[in-house]
Design a binder for this molecule. Structure first.
Ligand code: 6OG
Length: 256
């Protein structure tokens, strides 16, 4: 069963407010403020309620910042919704559950906090939204983790991703990895890109194939050649491997 939890971090330009949990889950650790979402309330309402219950303040500018997924080897699953706030009504006070304390942003007591915190705090404090996946052994050891900044759909739409057909491929003299490609983008548009895929691919096998490129990347000079875009490739032990459409489509087709 997946448990949904909230966590609200209160901080300003120089300090962050942390609570020392006195009892229950996470006792003895510093953390933000939060708890379980109850039946009939939204996740945002739960975040506000917990903040009020634990230290008696009401956030005026609470914002959703990220979701962290925790898996344990026993398959228990926690989904923690992280919020932040910097303006609030009331004075933080001690409750039977929590005692709070301000820390300077450059002396956060990570050694007395949950081990995942040091991985996502940099995103939080840099005002970036994030998502993370953690695999835990028991509750104290992280076996693997991945935290990334989330992008909005509008951010994504800024990328002009297109299918391009390779009409020429050759090795760049003096480089083991670089290939120079000429690409057909449809409507008579021909582009040159320089790509580091020469370990996993030979020029011969690439001729006539379709690939995916970021077509609106700022041009770059590599080994004296202008690269007018970037192809998409997946890292592998033999080097980057190209991504291709499953069926042939018209050169220049937009990807969305
Ligand atoms: P109660 O169930 O006691 O609320 N919490 C975690 N916080 C961090 N930073 N890392 C974790 O790693 C956590 N697991 C739980 C969510 C528990 C509070 O503890 C947080 C809740 O705010 C595993 O009401």
């Amino acid at each position: 069963m997946k448990k949904i939890l909230t966590l609200c971090m209160v901080y300003d330009d120089s300090r962050i407010l942390l609570g020392m949990k006195k009892r229950g889950f996470g006792a003895g650790k510093f953390n933000g403020f939060g708890g379980k979402v109850q039946e009939g309330e939204t996740i945002e309402e739960a975040a506000q309620r917990e903040l009020k219950e634990e230290i008696g303040i009401v956030a005026e500018d609470m914002r959703k910042r990220g979701i962290l997924h925790f898996r344990g080897e026993d398959a228990e699953f926690l989904e923690m919704h992280v919020f932040s706030a910097s303006k609030f009504e009331g004075e933080p006070k001690e409750s039977e559950e929590m005692a709070s304390e301000w820390f300077l942003r450059d002396s956060i007591p990570f050694e007395k906090m949950w081990p995942d915190d040091k991985f996502w705090f940099p995103f939080l404090l840099a005002e970036k939204n994030f998502q993370g996946h953690f695999l835990f052994r028991r509750h104290d050891e992280i076996l693997s983790h991945r935290v990334v900044e989330t992008v909005t759909f509008d951010d994504f739409k800024k990328l002009d991703l297109r299918v391009a057909k390779i009409i020429l491929a050759e090795r760049v003299r003096g480089s083991e990895k670089l290939l120079r490609l000429e690409l057909d983008l449809g409507n008579g548009e021909i582009r040159q890109i320089v790509a580091g895929i020469g370990k996993a691919h030979t020029p011969e096998e690439l001729m006539g194939r379709e690939i995916v490129i970021v077509a609106n990347l700022e041009p770059r000079i590599l080994m004296g050649l202008e690269s007018q875009g970037m192809l998409m490739a997946a890292d592998s032990v033999e080097g980057p491997v190209i991504l291709v459409p499953a069926h042939e489509v018209l050169p220049g087709t937009q990807i969305r």
